[in-house]
Design a protein around this ligand. Structure first.
Ligand code: MTE
Length: 302
């Protein structure tokens, strides 16, 4: 794998999303099958008409309950978190379990720019120019064993610095999970930057998951542990409200939250008079991911 990360990324250091798609299409062309269906022209068009939300909005309107429940709390308190010497424990059904130092991991990963829609279950949305690497590449580093079916994620637990963890708002540490095929999908990334700058603490430094076709709470921040399992792992919001937050949590305008509609969303940064916009099936990534859920009842598996 190419070693392309610096802590001071410029536009020249990352692969623009359009080039990424072209490269994938090229690869698809070479192999003839498979990926051609995965990355059609529709997704390329969808990727290019996205106007990123401002850096200021992305980094000041946050959900990160480890620092409080207010939208401004993470930006106010997350500087207290020390992210030096970060490592990620990768264990469970892998060939090479262990503590992976963040700096060492970055030397192995290819960081690209991915401009993704980001849709919170609370019915607001943004467009975020992430920098990150595919989760698949990290899992390949650890060597996923054939019995593995799910991937569990865990956020740091450190109440001395994560002041919101002193209150029982959620069961700490924050945990999340994906089915293995969702985790291996090329759209699923570990984000390490925004707008070509290292990811700010309030957005989940030094690395957080981003799954663009799912509600934002699946995109767990400040990850310290990744466990490969053969069972569906517990998830924090599902534990807090099992009837409101399911394991899958795919963005779906036709499946309402018990307390509000999911048909439309408020785009952050649009101003007070901005019209709400329609929410897209799988957040606009239907072409890429609908196949993962073929034959599944999405009302029941919400
Ligand atoms: N991860 C952790 N550890 N703690 C959290 O409270 N909030 C989730 C998700 N990841 C959260 C988390 C929710 S509800 C959303 S919408 C997104 O992070 C918000 O990401 P952003 O602040 O970068 O927009």
């Amino acid at each position: 794998m190419a070693h392309r990360w610096t802590n001071d990324l410029t536009r020249d250091d990352v692969t623009p999303y359009k080039d990424y798609l072209n490269r994938r299409q090229l690869m698809a062309g070479m192999t003839g099958l498979g990926l051609a269906g995965l990355v059609g022209t529709g997704s390329a068009a969808a990727a290019t008409d996205l106007t990123p939300t401002s850096y200021e909005d992305i980094t000041s309107y946050n959900n990160f309950y480890e620092f409080g429940t207010g939208k401004g709390d993470p930006a106010t308190y997350a500087h207290l978190l020390n992210t030096q010497d970060w490592s990620i424990q990768i264990d469970g059904l892998v060939d090479r379990p262990g503590d992976y130092k963040f700096d060492d991991v970055m030397k192995e990963m290819t960081v690209e720019e991915r401009i993704y829609r980001f849709r919170c279950v609370e019915a607001w949305s943004m467009v975020v120019p992430w920098n990150g690497f595919e989760l698949k590449d990290l899992l390949d580093l650890a060597g996923v064993q054939s019995e593995a079916k799910y991937v569990a994620f865990e956020t740091l637990y450190r109440p001395t610095e994560m002041v919101g963890q002193r209150l029982p708002t959620l069961n700490w540490p924050y945990v999340e999970g994906l089915r293995l095929d969702e985790a291996m999908n090329p759209l699923t990334i570990m984000a390490t930057g925004i707008y070509d700058k290292p990811i700010p603490n309030q957005n989940g430094a030094p690395l957080r998951l981003v799954v663009p076709w799912k509600y934002g709470f699946k995109s767990i921040k400040s990850v310290v542990r990744i466990t490969l399992t053969d069972y569906e792992p517990p998830t924090s919001w599902n534990q807090a409200g099992p009837r409101e937050y399911g394991f899958y949590s795919n963005v779906n305008p036709e499946v309402d939250h018990p307390r509000w509609s999911q048909a439309t969303e408020r785009l952050i940064g649009g101003g007070v008079f901005a019209k709400r916009q329609d929410t897209l099936m799988f957040n606009g990534y239907e072409e890429e991911v609908a196949g993962l859920y073929e034959g599944m009842d999405l009302q029941r598996n919400f």
